[in-house]
Design a protein around this ligand. Structure first.
Ligand code: HAM
Length: 423
């Protein structure tokens, strides 16, 4: 604990979302909720921590997340628990545990909230960050893939974010991927010396990850590597083509990128990422894909699934913020004890009517007007001894300085007319 009086700082890699920023967060969340509802999704709220093996099992022992980025701790009962690094594994655990596969049919779930990864912090990369995610359980048909990607792009569109790149790929299935993996591992092994240390280790454990290594030497080798798209079996190839045809039907243009492999091991067939050149090194704003064996791996019935997650910090940095949060519509100022009671009564009634109301907690007229100004209030409602004697309030328009005298029992009606234009 810090010494008394010393400022305690937040942990590296986490952020406070301050009042000046929360309106844009709320707008993004509200817009996403509306979009999810338009696609018939329902919200699921999953715990912030799980037993460690929920994540190590799902995400893959050789993934960067499980190898070195999880916040894992032993609780008082000696159990190993982990702060969720992503939402998919938890949603699958909840889907199976709560038997959400009954009644049979497609199940569409969305979630939002904080995730935790012990990554090296840098611009756009945090240790606590927020995701907005969707998971669709049940259908194996390419129309589910296309609809999921369409949903993702619709969220961006509804947020007026148009300048983004969607890349898509197919990672094959248990029938065709092993042969591709073998072919790729052999190719990489023949160029082992030119790969970074990390990728040399990956050749045997997870050769696909070499394809999206950021190191220059690895990139050159990846460019000439065998292409997963050309190694797909007939069914995977048809699935991929159909997904793209359906996406084109809703006007979504995805660029095929055979080097897109994703950093989590649960994917099969369709994988996709959305990026923006405005983001710098950490340019992925969303990612997702199909994961057909995870539900079974968690003890559920064979259930194909597909989903995505959007990184909210990155998305919000693309939106910018004009830094001008909305102030209250009304700011009440009481200048004597009787007026304070009247203010409580009037403010209460107006809040019930749905007005945004704030009030001062004492002081002279000048200092209270200053508070109203700082709060960016639209109108100040001033009540002193004189107003009490006449049963009126003095309403001051903060921007123009114009003043109106309004009887207490006319106030709601007057505001409805003045602020909302209602007769
Ligand atoms: P992911 O690609 O690991 O996928 O994360 C999705 C998004 O979360 C990224 O594109 C990025 O915007 C954001 N993100 C990830 N790590 C950080 C970080 N350290 N700081 C800031 N933002 C970050 C998943 O998590 C999968 N669960 C997506 C999915 C859902 N696949 C199927 N269903």
């Amino acid at each position: 604990m810090a010494d008394k009086g010393q400022i305690v700082q937040r942990v590296k890699g986490v952020k406070d979302i301050l009042p000046v920023d929360s309106p844009v967060w709320q707008w993004v969340e509200d817009t996403a909720r509306e979009t999810f509802e338009g696609f018939s999704y329902s919200e699921i709220r999953i715990p912030v921590f799980e037993r460690t093996d929920v994540f190590s099992r799902a995400i893959g022992e050789t993934s960067d997340i499980v190898e070195k980025e999880m916040y894992t701790f032993t609780d008082r009962g000696g159990e190993s628990l982990t702060l969720r690094p992503e939402g998919t594994a938890s949603v699958v655990r909840a889907y199976v545990e709560n038997k959400l596969y009954n009644p049979p049919g497609a199940k569409k779930l969305y979630y939002m909230g904080p995730m935790f990864r012990a990554e090296r912090p840098q611009a756009g990369r945090y240790r606590q960050f927020h995701q907005l995610g969707a998971e669709l359980f049940g259908p194996e048909n390419p129309s589910a893939d296309a609809e999921t990607i369409h949903l993702l792009m619709s969220i961006f569109k509804n947020l007026h974010l148009e300048d983004l790149t969607l890349r898509i790929n197919s990672l094959g299935c248990p029938q065709c991927r092993p042969a591709f993996r073998q072919k790729l591992a052999e190719y990489l092994d023949s160029r082992r010396e030119a790969l970074c240390d990390n990728c040399q280790r990956r050749i045997d454990k997870n050769p696909l990850r070499v394809l999206d290594c950021k190191a220059h030497g690895c990139g050159v080798i990846a460019d000439e590597a065998p292409s997963v798209t050309e190694s797909l079996c007939g069914e995977c190839s048809a699935h991929f083509d159909r997904t793209r045809t359906l996406l084109a039907a809703v006007g979504v243009d995805g660029k095929v990128d055979p080097k897109l492999v994703r950093g989590l091991d649960y994917y099969s067939r369709t994988a996709f990422e959305v990026s923006s050149t405005a983001l710098g090194a950490q340019d992925a704003v969303a990612g997702g894909g199909r994961y057909n064996s995870l539900v079974e791996q968690f003890g559920g019935p064979p259930t194909p699934a597909i989903g995505f997650a959007i990184g909210l910090e990155r998305l919000i940095s693309l939106l910018g913020n004009d830094g001008a949060p909305l102030g209250p519509e009304l700011f009440f100022i009481a200048l004597c004890p009787e007026a304070e009671e009247k203010v409580f009564q009037l403010a209460g009634a107006l809040r019930e009517e749905g007005y945004m109301v704030d009030m001062s907690y004492g002081g002279g007229l000048k200092s209270q007007l200053k508070q109203a100004d700082r709060a960016s209030a639209e109108l100040a409602v001033i009540i002193g001894e004189e107003e009490m004697a006449r049963s009126v309030a003095l309403v001051k328009e903060m921007k123009s300085g114009e003043q109106f005298t309004v009887a207490f029992d006319e106030l709601i009606k007057w505001l409805d007319k003045h602020l909302l234009g209602e007769e």
